[in-house]
Design a protein around this ligand. Structure first.
Ligand SMILES: Nc1nc2c(ncn2[C@@H]2O[C@H](COP(=O)(O)OP(=O)(O)O)[C@@H](O)[C@H]2O)c(=O)[nH]1
Ligand SMILES: [Mg+2]
Length: 195
């Protein structure tokens, strides 16, 4: 039996932090990512099959890549509501990006579904000029209490590792719901679409 899982992901963060690169590379969209900033919202999708605990999951991802520009905020907010996981991306070499993490968190939290997972991604790990002090970063992760990944968006393996960890957490949630159903404790989650 194959379980179908539809996962909607959203990427937010300041302009230039690497959201479009992450989205395009992860979904194997080999279109050249030029220097033109994203206008409003761009859509990417990817389908993968994953075997977990003897079960097969067909996972369809919908990835909404947003523009970091303030003037598109109104349009972007219309995409927040049904998202399963929102990624706050920042450039590890940018103090301004780091200072905006809290702003992006405050932007998302009141607007996303209360079951939406929020994940922090420090991108451009490969750049030498990491300007953010480690203790400051750790304090932020602790304060927001979110999973944190450090990546280079040009490294496909690192991207796979991040998204795989996120899918796995949704599969675990789905497994727990299945187990609860089997025990007739009906915990029904309408948010994560397991069909
Ligand atoms: N060195 C390095 N450059 C990156 C990385 N991710 C993105 N970039 C570059 O940063 C610039 C902005 O990336 P983009 O994905 O358009 O950022 P967005 O505005 O957040 O969508 C582009 O020139 C990318 O090639 C990374 O991990 N390392
Ligand atoms: Mg972009």
């Amino acid at each position: 039996m194959t379980y179908n899982l539809i996962l909607k992901y959203l990427l937010v963060g300041n302009m230039g932090c690497g959201k479009s690169t992450i989205s395009a590379h992860y979904t194997n969209n080999h279109m050249p990512i030029n220097a033109i900033p994203t206008i409003g919202v761009e859509f990417y999708s990817k389908k993968i099959i994953k075997q977990v605990g003897g079960k097969t999951y067909s996972i369809k991802m919908q990835i909404w890549d947003t523009s970091g520009q303030e003037r598109y905020r109104g349009i972007i907010r219309t995409y927040y509501r049904n998202v399963h996981c929102a990624f706050i991306v920042f450039n590890l070499s940018s103090r301004a990006d780091f200072n905006s993490i809290q702003l992006w968190y405050d932007e998302l939290v009141p607007r996303v579904n209360n079951k939406c997972k929020i994940v922090l991604i420090g991108n451009k790990r490969d750049t030498l000029s990491k300007t953010i002090r480690r203790p400051d970063l750790l304090e932020t992760i602790d304060r927001l209490d979110v999973p944190y990944f450090e990546i280079c968006a040009k490294n496909y393996k690192e991207l796979d590792r991040v998204f795989d960890a996120i899918h796995s957490s949704f599969i675990d949630d789905a497994g727990r719901r299945e187990a609860a159903k089997a025990e007739d404790k009906s915990i029904v989650c309408s948010h994560c679409a397991i069909l």
